[in-house]
Design a protein around this ligand. Sequence first.
Ligand SMILES: *[C@@H]1O[C@H](CO)[C@@H](O)[C@H](O)[C@H]1NC(C)=O
Ligand SMILES: *[C@@H]1O[C@H](CO)[C@@H](O)[C@H](O)[C@H]1NC(C)=O
Length: 245
Amino acid sequence: MGMEKLPWRFLIHCIWLGVMGVDDSSWTAEVPSSVSGLQGSCIVIPCSFNYPDPEKKPSELIGIWFKDKYEIIYHTDSSSTIADYRSRTKLVGDLWQKNCSLRIDPLHPSDKGPFTFRIEIKEYNKASYKDDRVSIAVSSSPDLPSLSVMKKEVKVAEEVSASCSVSHSCPSDPPLITWSHSGTPSIQSQQQTNGQWEETSTLTFRSSIADNNQPLVCTAAYRGGKTVSSSNTINVTCKWTTPVC
Ligand SMILES: *[C@@H]1O[C@H](CO)[C@@H](O)[C@H](O)[C@H]1NC(C)=O
Ligand SMILES: *[C@@H]1O[C@H](CO)[C@@H](O)[C@H](O)[C@H]1NC(C)=O
């Protein structure tokens, strides 16, 4: 490659950056095309939006979420929201941070959408982000917890470690995970993609002979009252040095 080619490449790079720069501040929104949620529990639709910067800071932002035929399911002015949604929708995102995340609580089977976000910027402009609509897949029962036991065959007094995880869509009220065996579990919460979260409880205890052949059960109680359980059996064998068993 000759030196005389370099300025061209540089110029093309600048044009490309310029185009990307314009893209950066245009009327676009980012939402998953679908979010799964459990009937009776809550759901948070992750949403962010953008607009070309106005010359002066706008005095007011009005956020609206609607479904077909402009039925308003959320409005900054709640009196404009249709009755069925008025007490159930809340904008958990901050519009000034270009965050339009919406919570629906509790989720009804009919909340399928698709839903569209709209921003109205006082003394500037307004837009509905019609290309970025979100649907909700409402399920009537949660999936079973995934339960894993590190070691299913242990000697008496050896440590047993088990972890139980469930996915959910309600970060403000995650499922409560409980165990059939005593012990102090440690809880971890992790954000997944598309509005899903994973809640994991890890229980560690020292086995006793009474645990032999007993099911180890973890139960997840979801917001709204649904519960699901998974179970696994552990085998505890005697150490030859222990005369009791
Ligand atoms: C938008 O707001 C929600 C709720 O406060 C938050 O969980 C999320 O991280 C925010 N998204 C971005 C891109 O900042
Ligand atoms: C556990 O013990 C029972 C008998 O006490 C036996 O039948 C079973 O195969 C054992 N399970 C494992 C995983 O070793």
